[in-house]
Design a protein. Structure first.
Ligand SMILES: O=C(O)[C@@H](O)C(=O)COP(=O)(O)O
Ligand SMILES: [Zn+2]
Length: 215
């Protein structure tokens, strides 16, 4: 990959990180972003970095074995990102946020662990689909990587219990769009709690999945 292309990706991570932060989709130094490089390595946001104020030159550059080549120490969730990439060769980027409504859903005792948010809208089905809950582990615990690995082959998005969403996409823009959609649908789900909303039918879901396949 040319240096020019890598620099463009660094800029894109910083720009989209700032956009997410400025819209309140993650706070403080929470959340992390990664992009897979053509040589099998990755760019990842550094640990304890604020997504709203990333310095493109300090973004961590890892080789395909996860060794740091340049930049600051990577996110403590680097193994989680790498586990998801291992299971999803079609994915080029991953976003993890502490977006408020998604985190709220991740704390609810009654959610279906196989599918935390019902199919309320077509766009949610198109961007996210079934969202499994990953049992709680401390942030940075390698067991979190193992737990995500077991689900990531079948799911582009997972919800970490009492923590937040991890969403993969074919590229960074796709991963960000899907994360935003997840957050908005989590908000809808909470708004509709205690009501009996009409959900999309299995036939409607199948039609959407055939017409708009997710990666
Ligand atoms: O919740 C956590 O601590 C991490 O999952 C996180 O969101 C931020 O960690 P770093 O990426 O290591 O800053
Ligand atoms: Zn986190």
């Amino acid at each position: 990959m040319s240096i020019h292309r890598q620099n463009c990706l660094r800029e894109q991570i910083s720009t989209l990180g700032q956009s997410l932060f400025d819209r309140g989709l993650t706070m403080g130094s929470s959340g992390n972003i990664s992009v897979r490089l053509e040589d099998g390595g990755w760019l990842m946001t550094p640990t304890n970095a604020c997504l709203g104020r990333l310095d493109p030159a300090r973004i961590s550059h890892l080789d395909k074995n996860g060794r740091l080549l340049s930049g600051d120490t990577p996110t403590k969730e680097h193994f989680l990102h790498m586990a998801m990439y291992d299971e999803r060769p079609q994915s080029g980027a991953i976003v993890h946020l502490h977006s408020t409504h998604s985190v709220a859903v991740s704390c609810l005792p009654e959610v279906d662990h196989c599918d935390c948010i019902p199919s309320l809208t077509a766009y949610y089905v198109m961007r996210v689909g079934k969202l499994p809950l990953v049992p709680y582990h401390m942030p940075g615990d390698p067991k979190l990587g193992d737990a995500v690995r077991s689900l990531a082959g079948k799911h582009s998005a997972v919800l970490l219990a009492n923590h937040g969403p991890v969403v993969a996409g074919k590229n960074l823009e796709a991963a960000v769009f899907a994360t935003e959609e997840l957050e908005e649908t989590a908000k809808l789900y909470l708004l509709l709690r205690g009501t009996n909303p009409r959900l999309l039918t299995p036939e409607q879901i199948a039609e959407l999945e055939a017409r708009f396949p997710r990666d």
